[in-house]
Design a protein around this ligand. Structure first.
Ligand SMILES: Cc1ncc(COP(=O)(O)O)c(C=O)c1O
Length: 330
């Protein structure tokens, strides 16, 4: 099949660029130095490609991602880098044919994990991002509590998400060091072999974590493109031009097919005016005709992928494979 035959809007992945990104990362962070985060692509076929590159441990954000990876035979070492208290979901994790570690940051999450029959945890530490994670000086107490509940504490995790997108390299490095100082302080009182942290924006400057949880690196987006990392935009939304006016042109990609929390998509050779539910309105440098196709580059990969059921792998104009986005949902 050719690109022109695809029903639009369709999410397409440039196969050569994807391969280059996977290779660049596995060269920089070989094997277990990278614990790829699957939240960015939600696709077991892509996770398998990461495993083939030597990364056999994965990071997940949802129970669904954990279950899907285990069922796909990719459950050698799965980390749920997120808090869960629902007993039924935790029991489902405990029953997986997989090595399962979950993040805990409170007595409630520790007790829930132990009661569900889970065996291994990481203490999740707040290193500056106002999201989950205990205060660094509370981590040793929580680790003791987890051990009293019979849990194995593998170490700590702490995501410097407030730092990873800073385009100023020096500020990013400084912010990363400050966050990791907090994580190491917590680790000193917690123990264990694992210090898990990092993302695509800090994969090449986080020297303190034993493993990096980068995910966006495989497909990339325009927010990360500002960081000038040696990684390429592999993901785009293939759209059809559906209306042409004197001053603007409209294609069939919009809020319901693009994650917009990092801003408008980019369209090379055009100025994007705005997106609405099913439309993107833009001013092209060269006139387009109704029925022409355009490729929008998403500003944020994770929520964009989560809107779609398929990733279409393309090489030039040819669709060479179609992968299910099979880890969607919760
Ligand atoms: C816990 C956690 N670790 C790591 C990441 C890194 O992801 P990315 O590679 O997109 O920076 C994220 C992204 O949101 C995350 O939530």
């Amino acid at each position: 099949m050719n690109l022109a035959e695809l029903q639009t809007p369709a999410l397409v992945v440039d196969a050569e660029r994807l391969e280059a990104n996977l290779l660049a990362m596995s060269t920089a962070l070989p094997g277990a130095r990278l614990r790829p985060h699957v939240k960015a692509h939600k696709c077991t076929a892509l996770a398998r490609r990461q495993a083939e590159k030597g990364h056999r441990s994965f990071t997940c954000a949802t129970v669904r991602e954990m279950v899907g990876l285990a069922e796909a035979g990719l459950g050698e070492d799965l980390l749920l880098a997120n808090e869960v208290v629902d007993p039924a979901r935790l029991r489902a994790l405990a029953e997986l044919d997989a090595r399962v570690t979950v993040a805990v940051d409170s007595e409630e999450t520790i007790v829930a994990a132990a009661r569900a029959g889970l065996r291994e945890v990481l203490v999740d530490v707040n290193v500056g991002l106002p999201r989950c994670g205990c205060m660094p000086d509370d981590a040793p107490r929580l680790a003791d509590r987890a051990r009293k509940e019979g849990l194995e504490v593998r170490g700590v995790m702490g995501y410097e998400g407030h730092v990873v997108g800073n385009p100023d390299r020096a500020a990013r490095e400084k912010g990363c060091e400050e966050s990791m100082t907090k994580l190491l302080e917590a680790h000193a009182g917690v123990g264990g072999d694992v210090i898990s942290a990092g993302g695509t924006g800090t994969y090449d400057c986080n020297r303190w974590a034993t493993e990096i949880q980068a995910g966006s690196y495989a497909l990339m987006d325009t927010a990360y493109d500002k960081l000038e990392l040696p990684l390429q935009q592999a993901l785009s939304l293939w759209c059809t031009v559906i209306s042409v006016a004197e001053k603007f042109t409209v294609a069939d990609g919009g809020l319901k097919s693009l994650g917009m929390d990092h801003g408008d998509p980019t369209l090379p050779g055009a100025r994007v005016w705005f997106c609405s539910d099913e439309h993107v309105t833009f001013a092209p440098e060269e006139p387009l005709r109704v029925g022409d196709h355009v490729r929008l580059i998403p500003a944020h990969v994770d929520p964009t992928v989560a809107y779609h059921e398929k990733l279409h792998l393309v090489s030039g104009e040819r669709v060479v494979d179609v992968w299910d986005v099979d880890l969607r949902g919760w």
